[in-house]
Design a protein around this ligand. Sequence first.
Ligand code: CU
Length: 149
Amino acid sequence: MRRWAVRAAVLACGLVLAGCGSDDTTADLSVSAAYMPQPVSDSMAAGFMTITNEGGTKDELTSVTSDVAGSVTVHETAGGAMRETGSLDVPAHGRLVLASGGDHLMFEKLTRKPKQGEKVTVELHFAESGTVEVEMPVESATYTPMTGH
Ligand code: CU
Protein backbone atom coordinates (compact mmCIF):
# COMPACT_ATOMS: atom_id res chain seq x y z
CA MET A 1 0.00 0.00 0.00
CA ARG A 2 2.69 2.41 1.08
CA ARG A 3 4.73 1.85 -2.06
CA TRP A 4 1.78 2.60 -4.32
CA ALA A 5 1.12 5.86 -2.52
CA VAL A 6 4.69 6.99 -3.08
CA ARG A 7 4.55 5.99 -6.73
CA ALA A 8 1.35 8.01 -7.25
CA ALA A 9 2.95 11.06 -5.68
CA VAL A 10 5.95 10.83 -7.99
CA LEU A 11 3.69 10.54 -11.02
CA ALA A 12 1.71 13.61 -9.98
CA CYS A 13 4.90 15.66 -9.61
CA GLY A 14 6.06 14.54 -13.04
CA LEU A 15 2.86 15.80 -14.60
CA VAL A 16 3.12 19.16 -12.89
CA LEU A 17 6.72 19.56 -14.03
CA ALA A 18 5.81 18.69 -17.61
CA GLY A 19 3.01 21.23 -17.47
CA CYS A 20 5.01 24.21 -16.34
CA GLY A 21 8.42 23.32 -17.68
CA SER A 22 7.46 22.89 -21.33
CA ASP A 23 9.60 25.87 -22.29
CA ASP A 24 12.08 26.77 -19.62
CA THR A 25 14.03 29.20 -21.75
CA THR A 26 11.48 32.00 -21.61
CA ALA A 27 9.55 33.94 -19.03
CA ASP A 28 5.82 33.14 -18.99
CA LEU A 29 3.96 35.96 -17.24
CA SER A 30 0.41 36.38 -16.10
CA VAL A 31 -1.12 39.16 -14.06
CA SER A 32 -3.79 38.69 -11.42
CA ALA A 33 -5.50 40.65 -8.65
CA ALA A 34 -4.79 44.01 -10.30
CA TYR A 35 -6.58 47.02 -8.83
CA MET A 36 -6.27 50.70 -8.12
CA PRO A 37 -7.82 52.08 -4.95
CA GLN A 38 -9.86 55.16 -5.89
CA PRO A 39 -7.36 57.96 -5.36
CA VAL A 40 -8.02 60.45 -2.59
CA SER A 41 -5.58 62.88 -4.15
CA ASP A 42 -6.17 64.80 -7.40
CA SER A 43 -2.65 64.13 -8.57
CA MET A 44 -1.55 60.72 -7.28
CA ALA A 45 -2.79 57.13 -7.20
CA ALA A 46 -1.37 53.72 -6.32
CA GLY A 47 -1.72 50.41 -8.14
CA PHE A 48 -1.38 46.84 -6.98
CA MET A 49 -1.19 43.42 -8.67
CA THR A 50 0.46 40.05 -8.65
CA ILE A 51 2.69 39.11 -11.59
CA THR A 52 3.30 35.38 -11.83
CA ASN A 53 6.11 33.89 -13.91
CA GLU A 54 5.56 30.24 -14.83
CA GLY A 55 8.60 30.19 -17.09
CA GLY A 56 12.14 29.13 -16.26
CA THR A 57 13.73 32.49 -17.01
CA LYS A 58 13.48 35.48 -14.73
CA ASP A 59 11.95 38.65 -16.06
CA GLU A 60 12.20 42.24 -14.96
CA LEU A 61 9.54 44.94 -14.77
CA THR A 62 11.48 47.87 -16.19
CA SER A 63 8.85 50.59 -16.65
CA VAL A 64 5.12 51.27 -16.62
CA THR A 65 2.98 53.65 -18.64
CA SER A 66 -0.70 54.62 -18.54
CA ASP A 67 -2.91 57.15 -20.28
CA VAL A 68 -4.31 58.33 -16.93
CA ALA A 69 -0.95 59.49 -15.60
CA GLY A 70 1.89 61.63 -16.84
CA SER A 71 4.27 59.39 -14.99
CA VAL A 72 4.07 55.89 -13.51
CA THR A 73 6.92 54.70 -11.35
CA VAL A 74 7.62 51.57 -9.40
CA HIS A 75 8.06 52.18 -5.69
CA GLU A 76 9.41 49.94 -3.01
CA THR A 77 8.65 50.30 0.66
CA ALA A 78 11.68 50.04 2.91
CA GLY A 79 11.66 50.78 6.60
CA GLY A 80 8.20 52.36 6.40
CA ALA A 81 9.19 54.88 3.72
CA MET A 82 8.71 54.48 0.00
CA ARG A 83 11.17 55.30 -2.70
CA GLU A 84 11.39 54.90 -6.43
CA THR A 85 13.10 51.78 -7.63
CA GLY A 86 14.55 51.26 -11.08
CA SER A 87 13.13 47.85 -11.85
CA LEU A 88 11.75 44.82 -10.03
CA ASP A 89 12.55 41.16 -10.69
CA VAL A 90 9.92 38.56 -11.49
CA PRO A 91 11.84 35.41 -10.54
CA ALA A 92 11.68 32.22 -12.62
CA HIS A 93 8.82 30.06 -11.31
CA GLY A 94 8.06 32.85 -8.89
CA ARG A 95 6.07 36.01 -8.60
CA LEU A 96 6.27 39.70 -8.01
CA VAL A 97 3.65 40.90 -5.56
CA LEU A 98 2.73 44.57 -5.63
CA ALA A 99 0.68 45.06 -2.49
CA SER A 100 -0.32 47.76 -0.05
CA GLY A 101 2.58 48.34 2.34
CA GLY A 102 5.10 46.80 -0.06
CA ASP A 103 6.19 47.34 -3.63
CA HIS A 104 3.60 49.21 -5.68
CA LEU A 105 2.94 51.31 -8.74
CA MET A 106 2.74 55.06 -8.26
CA PHE A 107 0.69 57.09 -10.72
CA GLU A 108 1.60 60.76 -10.71
CA LYS A 109 0.42 63.78 -12.68
CA LEU A 110 -3.01 62.22 -13.17
CA THR A 111 -4.69 63.32 -16.38
CA ARG A 112 -8.05 62.47 -14.82
CA LYS A 113 -9.19 61.15 -11.47
CA PRO A 114 -10.20 57.48 -11.77
CA LYS A 115 -13.44 56.61 -10.02
CA GLN A 116 -14.63 53.38 -8.44
CA GLY A 117 -16.16 51.08 -11.06
CA GLU A 118 -13.97 52.36 -13.89
CA LYS A 119 -11.05 50.57 -15.46
CA VAL A 120 -7.60 52.00 -15.95
CA THR A 121 -5.36 50.66 -18.68
CA VAL A 122 -1.74 50.15 -17.75
CA GLU A 123 1.13 48.95 -19.93
CA LEU A 124 3.78 46.98 -18.10
CA HIS A 125 7.13 46.87 -19.87
CA PHE A 126 9.30 43.84 -19.22
CA ALA A 127 12.90 43.14 -20.17
CA GLU A 128 12.05 39.67 -21.58
CA SER A 129 8.34 39.62 -22.30
CA GLY A 130 7.92 43.06 -23.85
CA THR A 131 4.75 45.01 -23.15
CA VAL A 132 1.84 43.49 -21.26
CA GLU A 133 -1.38 45.50 -21.13
CA VAL A 134 -3.45 45.23 -17.97
CA GLU A 135 -6.92 46.55 -17.17
CA MET A 136 -7.00 47.59 -13.55
CA PRO A 137 -10.42 47.96 -11.98
CA VAL A 138 -10.75 50.97 -9.71
CA GLU A 139 -11.95 49.87 -6.28
CA SER A 140 -13.04 51.88 -3.26
CA ALA A 141 -10.36 53.91 -1.51
CA THR A 142 -10.37 51.49 1.41
CA TYR A 143 -10.54 48.24 -0.60
CA THR A 144 -8.24 45.47 0.58
CA PRO A 145 -8.03 42.25 -1.41
CA MET A 146 -8.63 38.87 0.17
CA THR A 147 -5.34 37.32 1.14
CA GLY A 148 -4.42 33.67 1.00
CA HIS A 149 -6.60 31.02 -0.60
CU1 CU B 1 4.69 55.10 -3.65
